[in-house]
Write a protein that binds this ligand. Structure first.
Ligand code: GDL
Length: 668
């Protein structure tokens, strides 16, 4: 291990995809790092042309000037500026001209005053071109050879980092200790070069001491953690404002450093930086000191670190900052440009002037809990989800009505707090922070507003028309665009709640029903009917019992490993199965098709049932149907509750129905 004399690298890697930070944001970053005691900045913006795509191109005079100023700013703030280049998309390792181009580029940056460098080979195709295959026995050999050569060319910089293509345990085959790639890197990479590592996964939930000991042994040096815990470039709806967490401080002496690759938006990274700085300053306490929280045995407590960060961040919100750097804000009166409200004093019967309440620490805590960490919602967010789930799986009936209404009111209050937080944030003088947060807070405000309206509907109230869950909603009623549509259809994502229920491990198949399935179908039909023990004549039963043939493509079976576990049959014209006018004509006009559905109670996975139903609905839609209904015995609580959670059908209000019958339906 050659790194004993080196200081622990702590700070930021600007290593995300998307719009790179501006030069002034980077300079502001250095000032913040100095204040927090962080000492490193790794320049690696993925979508900067000359960092990756056009890595061979030298910088223009103007660019050179900007980089020089940036490098000096880093120095002034005691921040080590590491310039990284990513040539892996298209470099031919065996071509000396390519290696010369790489050296030329880094020599140019050296001329700007930069003394620390990095070569990154993350996120590239691991295949070598024919010329490289001829020259090198493996991809690792090729990378190591060029990296060592560049390292020597730059006269062995004190800090020189290498990012492997297999930069986390999940990428290593068959395992970290047995990875041929990592073993070659560990053995052959010059010991003066340090290696970046993201932990067990690209975005690691935890990084354990044992996992670092394991990889250090293979790499033959302690790694520098490239931490993606706060990175959000993979999902435009997520932002991470939770504390640095699940990395025990016992790691510190076992690492060469930690660089966080945070949110693409610059301003919200206040928390990521602040809590990382607190973590770096914490020392490990003896093991027998029992602490609350996940990082036991250390004086680092993520919850406390977050509160410290938010307390400091709150001060920033009240600073008047504008994107143009003018620093002016709405309530400041300027000589040249009088503000709108200047000199306006409302009369006794006029509207009073709008004065926003100032943002509070509680608002910021709520914000951080709503946008917490990649694998964890904050406490309030989890609680709200659990409450919504409870409200939607219970009914405000005689039995539970009182408790239901109390909990519905509490849920409503929590939603109101989110909206209030949004309003106060929108009025904060620091427009720089607000604009970086805006899309996210607007999204969550809409999300909770919809949820609030839904709870009102469940409780029998009519929400505002813009929020009502109707057949013809406004576009904000179906969120997420095309990507949202794809997600909702995927079994592993759309219909599973990442945070509340365990992942679905069972494999389900949906297939057309054949005559051979009839005995199994009848078995489930009877078994599930004895659960309800209620004699009501249902049109759908005739489909199941084989008295009527389902329409074409409208009989589906759900299988799990042990066989049939559900079915869905439909008749596009329900009237043909009715022996008398069981249902009003008005209902049949809107909902002409009938569906008979049963999911065995042993199926815990809602997403499988949802897929089954959606597939059937799609067949009905293709056949030209406008709407579909399904009948349930009113004491069939299991199916009724189950279907409610799927959010596909609504209970239809149909006049004159027998009391023991519930009709659910949806337009197509
Ligand atoms: C990655 C990329 C990084 C990206 C992050 C999160 C590394 C070494 N590379 O794999 O650029 O921001 O995922 O999406 O982490």
């Amino acid at each position: 291990m050659s790194n004993k004399s080196k200081v622990f690298l702590s700070g930021v890697v600007e290593g995300f995809y998307g719009r790179p930070w501006t030069m002034s944001q980077r300079k502001e970053l250095f000032r913040r790092e100095l204040k927090l005691g962080l000492n490193t900045y790794l320049y690696a913006p993925k979508d900067d042309y000359k960092h990756r795509m056009y890595w061979r191109d030298l910088y223009s005079l103007e660019e050179a000037d900007q980089l020089m100023t940036l490098i000096s700013a880093a120095k002034e703030n005691n921040v080590e500026f590491i310039y990284a280049i990513s040539p892996g998309l298209d470099i031919t390792f065996s071509n000396p001209k390519e290696v010369a181009a790489l050296k030329r580029k880094l020599t140019q940056v050296c001329g700007f005053g930069c003394r620390s460098f990095a070569l990154l080979f993350d996120d590239i195709e691991p295949e070598m071109c024919p010329a490289d295959k001829e020259r090198f026995s493996s991809f690792a050999e090729a990378q190591v050879s060029v990296t060592n050569e560049v390292f020597l060319h730059l006269e062995e910089p004190h800090t020189f980092l290498f990012c492997p293509t297999d930069y986390c345990a999940a990428f290593c085959t068959p395992s970290v200790p047995l990875s041929a790639y990592l073993n070659t890197v560990g053995e052959k990479l010059n010991p003066g070069i340090d290696i970046l590592w993201t932990g067990p996964k690209v975005v690691s939930q935890d990084i354990s001491v044992a996992s670092i000991e394991e990889v250090s042994a293979v790499l033959r040096r302690p790694p520098v953690i490239w931490d993606n815990i706060h990175a959000n470039d993979y999902d435009p709806q997520r932002l991470f404002l939770g504390p640095y967490k699940n990395r025990p401080t016992e790691l510190i002496p076992k690492l060469r450093g930690v660089l966080t690759n945070p949110n693409c938006e610059f301003e919200p990274n206040f928390v990521a930086l602040h809590t990382l700085a607190t973590w770096c300053k914490s020392s490990s306490a003896p093991k027998d000191v029992s602490m609350e929280g996940d990082d036991q045995g250390s004086d680092y407590n993520p919850h406390e670190a977050l509160q410290l960060a938010l307390t400091d961040w709150l001060v920033e919100f009240s600073r008047a900052e504008q994107p143009d750097g003018s620093g002016r804000c709405r309530r400041e009166v300027s000589e040249e440009e009088p503000m709108q409200t200047e000199g306006h004093t409302p009369g006794p019967r006029d509207n009073p002037l709008y004065t926003a309440e100032p943002l509070t620490l509680a608002d910021l805590t709520l914000l951080a809990e709503l946008f917490y960490l990649p694998y964890e919602h904050g406490h309030t967010a989890t609680h709200m989800l659990e409450e919504l789930h409870w409200l939607h799986t219970h009914t405000p009936d005689e039995e539970e009505g009182c408790a239901w209404r109390v909990r519905a009111q509490q849920f409503d209050d929590r939603c109101a707090a989110v909206v209030q937080m949004f309003n106060r944030l929108s009025n904060a003088p620091n427009r720089l922070i607000l604009y970086d947060l805006y899309n996210y807070i607007c999204d969550i405000k809409s999300g909770v507003t919809m949820a609030k309206a839904y709870v009102k509907t469940l409780g029998g109230q009519t929400p505002h028309p813009a929020l009502a869950l109707t057949d013809d909603p406004e576009p904000w009623g179906f969120r997420g665009g095309l990507s949202g549509e794809f997600q909702r259809m995927l079994p592993s994502h759309g219909n599973r709640d990442l945070f509340r229920s365990p992942p679905a491990t069972r494999v389900y198949t949906i297939r057309p029903c054949t005559p051979k399935d009839q005995p199994e179908v009848m078995k489930i039909f009877k078994e599930m009917q004895t659960e309800t023990q209620q004699k009501v004549e249902l049109v759908g039963d005739r489909l199941v019992e084989g008295q009527m043939m389902p329409s074409q493509n409208c009989s589906l079976i759900l299988d799990d490993a042990s066989g049939v576990c559900g079915y869905a049959f439909a008749l596009s014209d329900a009237k043909t199965a009715m022996n008398k006018s069981q249902y009003p004509e008005t209902m049949l006009q809107d909902y002409p098709s009938v569906i008979a559905l049963q999911i065995h109670s042993k199926v815990p996975d809602h997403s499988a049932a949802k897929r089954l139903i959606l597939q059937l609905l799609s067949a009905l839609r293709d056949s030209g149907s406008k709407g579909v209904f399904s009948e349930f015995r009113s004491n069939d609580r299991r199916m009724l509750d189950f279907l409610k959670t799927l959010n596909v059908f609504q209970v239809l209000k149909v006049d004159g129905l027998p009391a023991n019958l519930v009709i659910m339906g949806t337009k197509l």
